[in-house]
Design a protein around this ligand. Sequence first.
Ligand code: SAH
Ligand code: SF4
Length: 452
Amino acid sequence: MNDRDSEDIAAQFIERGWEITEDETQADVAVVNTCAVREQAELKAIGKLGHLIWLRKPIDADFPIVGAVGCMAQNRGADLVKLMPDIDFVAGTRQTHRIAEIAIDIFNKRKAGIGHPKLPKGAKRTPKTSAAAVDISDNLQSHLYINKHLPAPSSKRACAFISIMQGCQMNCSYCIVPKVRGKQRSRPLEDIVSEAKRLADSGVKEITLLGQVVNAFGRDSENAKDPAAFTRLLRAINDIDGIERIRFTSPHPSYFGDDLINAYAELPKLCEYVHLPMQSGSDTILKAMRRPYKISSFLKIIDKLRDRKPNISISTDVIVGYPNETDTDFEQTRQAFKTAGFDMAFIFKYSPRMGTESARLPDSVPEEVKEMRNQILLGDLAEQSMRYHDKFIGTTQEVLVESAAKRGENLFMGRTRTHRKAIFRASPDDIAKLVNVKINSITVTALEGEIV
Ligand code: SAH
Ligand code: SF4
């Protein structure tokens, strides 16, 4: 989702005649799109911002203009200026559509000599001598504007993301997202469909719909209570000529009704893949997390999906070490992980986030125990995903060619409908084409084969 926002920000600059550089030392403006979901992500963003400011050698030089945007910027606002008085701007999640405007305004002023006051030699900047601009105000319309895409590079672009909503209306006890992204706001269905049509016209074959609870689309608390809005959107996109594949992320188990499950059988373009966050396999922990489902109903959704699409690939998110998670709770998570048969997963160690409900509880599971549970589950995952990949050997898979692979000459990467990464020989002309790849070998992360 941040990648999608970053793409929109980059497109805003291009629209204004700017260029994107791969070399940060050449940048006139550097924007760091931050995440606040775990402490680790925040530390990484702060490190990156510090490095970009340091690039402004000597320290009092004017460029690059450095700004923090996204969730951590929203959450910390002016506190980031206290931490890094040399930063130029901090803009929150409801300002994403205005980032180029904000940054270029500061850039132009800086060129005219207006900016951070110059300091005497050797002096350190403080919040008082900082001219950093901070805007973390709300904008109830902001979700309407995240619709810009980068032009395809020299070859065509195979895949694109569309943000169909912003915010989140759930209140998972551990999660900072509702605080930093605001309440759920869905875009009008027609806007999303016309964005998808534009992308199809530019050669895009695969669309991934994005939202924090993507399947609650159109069910924003204060307006429409239309339970079928999401499947209606899927149908409308399925009808667009040129689009060959549809994916979405992340759905929530509480909104995974039979209409959505049946859509897998009915809509030929909806790929046999779903990322369905489980978080825990223990009902006690799910309740404490305020995830409003029991593990039995979660597993029932999985059963029904496998019934409709026997070869469906299912991935998940799990948090280990939530406050008071016992060995028994963790064993239940392992068990559910096995029963569900996930072949991919993101496993997170619980990280208390300031301002969330669970941050008030003692972070009671020791770091070593969190680490051990993390490793155990990663081990289970490696086994399950190898077993899953094994089944691909000797089969021929439809693959959408995405880009040159990172390694090897003439090697390209693409994905199967089940979202497995495949590596094979191809040519740049094949990008954005559907090809058949015979799978010869596998690794934990990819399938290797040849076009047949
Ligand atoms: N809206 C999505 C997830 C958004 S955050 C959903 O509900 O599925 C992505 C993932 O980060 C979550 O699924 C959760 O597993 C993890 N996460 C969120 N807050 C966390 C925290 N405080 N500590 C550890 N992991 C966290
Ligand atoms: Fe966070 Fe829960 Fe909303 Fe996902 S559904 S973004 S985990 S509050």
